[in-house]
Design a protein. Structure first.
Length: 179
C-alpha cells in the first residue's frame, strides 16, 4: 500500500476548480441518492444485531445511504465511511471522508489522493476507496474509544457504542427490506 502523508498543495486555476466543484457536486448528489437506481428509499431498513442475534437498531433509510463516523485515536479528528445499499441489499463502500487529509492516506487504501470536500460536506477531505467493497453484513467494532456512530440523513447521530455495551462491542449491520 502506498502511503501519502501531508497536505494537498498547488491548487489548480479557477476553471479547473469550477469543473472539479461541479463534478464533486454531481458525485455527492449520486451518493446521497438523488439519482438512485433500484429499490426506493422506503424499501430499506438498516438493522443492527449483537453477536447473540438481539436486534438493537432498526432505522429506515430516507435514501439508500448511510455513514459510519468515528473519532480517530491518533489524530483526534472525525472520519466517515460512506455506504450505499445496492439493489440486492449489499452495503457498498462508496467514499471515505475525514477532517484530516493525512488520515485518509494512512488508514485506508484509497483510489487517489484525498481532495477537498464540497463546502456543504461535514468533513474537509474525501477520497474513493481503492477497491470496490460490497458486503451482505458489516460487523462494526462499537466501543467508547472510537465513538463510532451511525449517520442517517435527517436523524441525529446514533451512538453505536451505547447499543453494544462494554462486554459485547460488536454490532453487525445489514440492510433488510422494510415490511
Amino acid at each position: 500500500m502506498r502511503v501519502w502523508r501531508g497536505r494537498v498543495s498547488g491548487l489548480a486555476g479557477p476553471p479547473i476548480l469550477a469543473g472539479a466543484t461541479l463534478a464533486l457536486s454531481l458525485g455527492a448528489a449520486a451518493l446521497l441518492g438523488a439519482t438512485s437506481a433500484g429499490p426506493s428509499a422506503a424499501d430499506w431498513l438498516l438493522v443492527g444485531r449483537l453477536p447473540a442475534g438481539d436486534v438493537v437498531l432498526s432505522v429506515p433509510l430516507p435514501d439508500d445511504s448511510f455513514a459510519l463516523r468515528y473519532r480517530n485515536s491518533l489524530y483526534g479528528s472525525l472520519a466517515e465511511e460512506r455506504f450505499t445499499i445496492d439493489a440486492s441489499g449489499r452495503l457498498v463502500l462508496e467514499q471515505l471522508a475525514s477532517d484530516e487529509a493525512a488520515l485518509l492516506g494512512e488508514y485506508y487504501e484509497i483510489g487517489q489522493r484525498p481532495y477537498r470536500a464540497p463546502l456543504w460536506d461535514a468533513r474537509d477531505w474525501v477520497a474513493p476507496p481503492a477497491t470496490q467493497t460490497a458486503l451482505q453484513e458489516l460487523p462494526v467494532l462499537a466501543t467508547l474509544r472510537g465513538q463510532r456512530s451511525l449517520i442517517v440523513e435527517g436523524r441525529a447521530p446514533i451512538a453505536l457504542w451505547s447499543l453494544a455495551g462494554s462486554e459485547r462491542a460488536t454490532v453487525t449491520l445489514v440492510a433488510e427490506k422494510a415490511p
